[in-house]
Design a protein around this ligand. Structure first.
Ligand SMILES: [Zn+2]
Length: 195
């Protein structure tokens, strides 16, 4: 028996690389709201056996644009094997890509995995569907609306949950986000949109 509805995220307490800036103190409570329902089909990354320590290293590497997410949450780690790690960049030309590769190299080296190569796979292309349920919950807790599926309509306000939202600008604080505003609570928020 699996106690559904009691989704608990087994991740260590989040340590934010920077102070959230005090916007509403939006408590980073990533353990909530892991919706077990509409999980989109996603190609699962290849997890070689006995490689948990390397996964743990990768989970410590934050996405440079959204540091609340690790690159594992983001779904760009496609395979971990004894001698290589395969990454799929979020989208070609994303300036974060090189930063991520550099950070992964540094993290692997620091953990003693100098012999592990980093390879890049461009196909299949990353989509926002690959963001893990944990990653979506973290985005939401951080006040960024997780990406919406095509035809799903406007994103929900991460603050009050209203679907009564309006796009202010196609480009938010980074190219991967657009800026929206909630018409009910009047709060602006970022929508993660790259796919
Ligand atoms: Zn709202």
């Amino acid at each position: 028996m699996v106690a559904a509805g009691k989704a608990r995220v087994d991740s260590p307490p989040l340590t934010l690389p920077f102070d959230g800036g005090g916007k509403g103190g939006g408590g980073v409570n990533a353990g909530r709201r892991v919706s077990g329902d509409s999980t989109p089909p996603q190609p699962l990354p290849i997890k070689g056996r006995g490689l948990e320590p390397i996964w743990a290293v990768l989970e410590s590497v934050p996405d440079p644009e959204i540091p609340v997410l690790s690159i594992v949450d983001l779904g760009i780690v496609r395979a971990v094997e004894a001698e290589r790690v395969v990454l799929t960049p979020t989208y070609t030309g994303c300036p974060a890509t090189q930063v991520i590769e550099r950070d992964v190299r540094a993290a692997l080296d620091a953990a003693g995995y100098r012999r592990v190569r980093i390879e890049t796979a461009l196909s299949p292309a990353w989509t926002t569907d690959w963001i893990t349920p944990v990653g979506r919950a973290k985005l939401h807790a951080y006040g960024i609306a997780p990406p919406t599926a095509p035809g799903q309509g406007t994103p929900e306000c991460p603050r009050c949950g209203s679907a009564h939202t309006d796009e202010i600008s196609r480009f938010g604080s980074t190219p991967c986000k657009s800026l929206w505003r909630c018409l009910d609570c009047a709060e602006p928020f970022d929508l993660f949109k790259c796919h």
